[in-house]
Design a protein around this ligand. Sequence first.
Ligand code: AMP
Length: 114
Amino acid sequence: MIKKTLFEKIIDREIPAKIIYEDDLCIAIEDINPQAPVHVLLIPKKPIEKFSDFKKTDSNLITHLFLKVNEIASICNIPENFRININNGSEAGQEVFHLHIHILGGREFSWPPG
Ligand code: AMP
């Protein structure tokens, strides 16, 4: 049996999380180690390891996720000012190898990132 990712365990309610939003294709949870007053992880239920693994056949899912970003930003009362971030690969800071979009807001952000 293939080992479940951390986020699959959260989706299957084997590990607790604060769920902000859920539908058939994705789940949004509060990050356990928030880097801003709002820090949500938007996670496809399909366990794609990382962004660069997206295939053309995932087009509907990609559209769904990006439209959900705006909806979740509104749910979290940060509809106009937020940052989205995807760490792709360990050198880019990815620690959990189940694709997720960070949605951060509630403070000012600087650029470039570290
Ligand atoms: P990344 O470094 O892009 O892979 O991001 C992984 C994120 O998952 C980090 O921001 C962690 O704080 C977060 N994280 C790790 N474990 C949990 C958990 N059990 N519940 C919620 N967020 C988590």
